[in-house]
Design a protein. Structure first.
Length: 238
């Protein structure tokens, strides 16, 4: 599954026109397109309203990036999931770092949040896809932390998150082909990798066992670069 992340109804229709099979929002792009920084600076009300507009604009299934779940407590995360379902989402991303501090949540704390998200979806009797993002490769690691230790941490979290009801494991920042292969082989959950300048090709990612590839903020950044270049060209012509 390849997801070319969107941020509003217009970008949804553009990506739908490419022949995409599904759509996924990217929180960084949604935030920046509306004058905010990422990290739940966009209100949940706005994120849900934006989701609803996207759903109305497309015939494709839409999954929403809910950052850390917009809730200090697991129960609040469950209510966030309910709101996304009411707006038409068929799945979400939930990350395991705290937007207030940037640090990883403890596994027990994150498991409780996932469990409440799953219960909220089950209460609606929906096969809602919960893609849990682990930020092990995003947070500032201690200088002596080895790749082996990081992979062990990712896999420990994958096991716990699977038991809690997660459907997928998203590991942004993981770009080394050997390490990607190790995670994909050992993870109890299908693995999602985010495209960067350093990631292997799509063909190689597939051969390594990656199940899902997303593009994060890159589509938005590319579109803004094209817009800026066109504006500069228009200014030169004036």
């Amino acid at each position: 599954m390849v997801l070319f992340n969107i941020w509003d109804a217009g970008s949804a229709k553009a990506v739908e026109g490419s022949g995409a099979r599904a759509l996924a929002t990217g929180s960084w792009s949604v935030a920046n397109a509306n004058g905010y920084e990422d990290g739940e600076r966009v209100s949940l009300d706005f994120a849900i309203e934006n989701l609803a507009r996207i759903v109305r604009a497309t015939h494709l299934p839409v999954t929403i990036d809910l950052e850390s779940g917009y809730g200090r407590t697991p129960d609040t995360v469950g209510r966030t999931i309910e709101r996304s379902i009411d707006a038409g989402a068929i799945g979400c991303n939930i990350e395991d770092s705290d937007p207030a501090t940037g640090s990883l949540r403890g596994i027990t704390e994150q498991v409780a949040r996932i469990e409440h998200a799953r219960k909220a979806a089950e209460a609606r009797q929906l096969p809602y896809f919960i893609n849990v993002r682990t930020d092990v490769f995003f947070v500032q690691a201690k200088p002596q932390t080895s790749d082996h230790e990081r992979i062990a941490s990712v896999l420990e979290r994958a096991s716990a998150y699977a038991a809690a009801g997660a459907d997928g494991l998203f590991v942004p920042g993981l770009v080394n082909a050997t390490l990607i292969g190790q995670v994909a082989e050992a993870s109890l959950l299908p693995v999602n990798i985010m495209v960067s300048d350093q990631t292997p090709s799509l063909r190689e990612l597939a051969s390594l066992g990656v199940a899902r590839v997303s593009h994060g903020p890159r589509p938005y950044l590319s579109a803004m670069k094209k817009l800026r270049e066109a504006a500069c060209e228009a200014a030169r012509m004036a």
